[in-house]
Design a protein around this ligand. Sequence first.
Ligand SMILES: Nc1ncnc2c1ncn2[C@@H]1O[C@H](COP(=O)(O)OP(=O)(O)OP(=O)(O)O)[C@@H](O)[C@H]1O
Ligand SMILES: [Mg+2]
Length: 384
Amino acid sequence: MTTTDNSGDVRLSGIGKTYGSFTAVHPLDLTVPQGSFFALLGASGCGKTTTLRMIAGLEEPTQGTVHLGDQDVTHLPPYKRPVNTVFQSYALFPHLDIFENVAFGLRRRGIKSVKKQVEEMLELVQLGEQARKKPHQLSGGQQQRVAVARALINHPKVLLLDEPLGALDLKLRRQMQLELKRIQTEVGITFVHVTHDQEEAMTMADTVAVMNAGRVEQLGSPADLYENPGTTFVANFLGTSNLIEAEVDSTSGDDLVLKAGGGKLVLPRARCSAPATAGGKVLVGVRPEKISLTHADDAGEIPEGRNRLTGKIADASFIGVSTQYVVESPVCDELAVYVQNVERDGRLVPGADVVLHWSPAHTFGLDAAQDIDAGVETLEEEAA
Ligand SMILES: Nc1ncnc2c1ncn2[C@@H]1O[C@H](COP(=O)(O)OP(=O)(O)OP(=O)(O)O)[C@@H](O)[C@H]1O
Ligand SMILES: [Mg+2]
């Protein structure tokens, strides 16, 4: 692969899809660079599959164009696009053994000597030993690897994966995430992976597009999205965020000084995506693992220059690597705080008065005109 080869770029320009009066995908522009692992992440119904199917040619866009490299493929049928898709249901041929399942694409194109290529593919997905088994004799994860091998043997420029790990249990999912990432790195082709699992997207992808209601809400590397969410939806959907309503009090150099329930909080202006003028409202965000907890009796020991809030521990769950606290505070009734299990302060139990404190550099600011709970996973959704 050379850096000038862009034949595996996926370029969507103004692509959109409506069904009658319903808009499944609002016109969007998106470029997936050749050789990258790209994830489309979002809740059920946000338009991930529809977007993927438009790339594959399985769905005709209502508007816009799809390019693969320099080629406009918008009106090409699926089989003429250098693209293969792996779906959640592996759809292997039950009567064919693993070798023949993988060989299928080659045989269909009339290629006779398939042995070497199939064996290489089976090695790639670490199933060399299983070649003569039938699909039902393999585990779900192994079957899904066969599906990946069967798609890759066609040498697509782009592999599309629609929730390919959705049917697997959690442990196998985690293994397969690393496995797919390894395969992608090894073959170097462009992967576009659809998932509603934020951990999965962050583990695997170089770039994640967070979709919400038919729109790409934010695009970036996993770390960038996590550290600098631009909307409440992204802040809540990717991991957990504490969001606090605050008012801009004044500015001081590169910082904004905010008022939140009696106290003051400092927010670097560069980390505030909302227009901030004195008297205006801002949502202040901080991730749970960025916050330290100090018992109120020791409040004097907290270094200067940290943002602080007072509160009372409402709940503490010990989960091994960390303890997850829920803290009630005058500015927010449920603040999440994750404390690494290094030295445990035995006084930090429900009912204890505490000070929460963190570095201003770990604070982000969002437009207060948004729904503060957008993207929060409800128990019902989690159970689904
Ligand atoms: N053929 C269709 N006719 C009408 N509406 C459709 C059609 N296909 C999809 N939709 C609607 O478009 C929206 C987006 O669907 P899509 O399948 O892209 O969602 P998704 O993000 O893949 O969701 P999931 O995570 O549940 O698979 C949904 O509201 C869906 O009901
Ligand atoms: Mg889908």
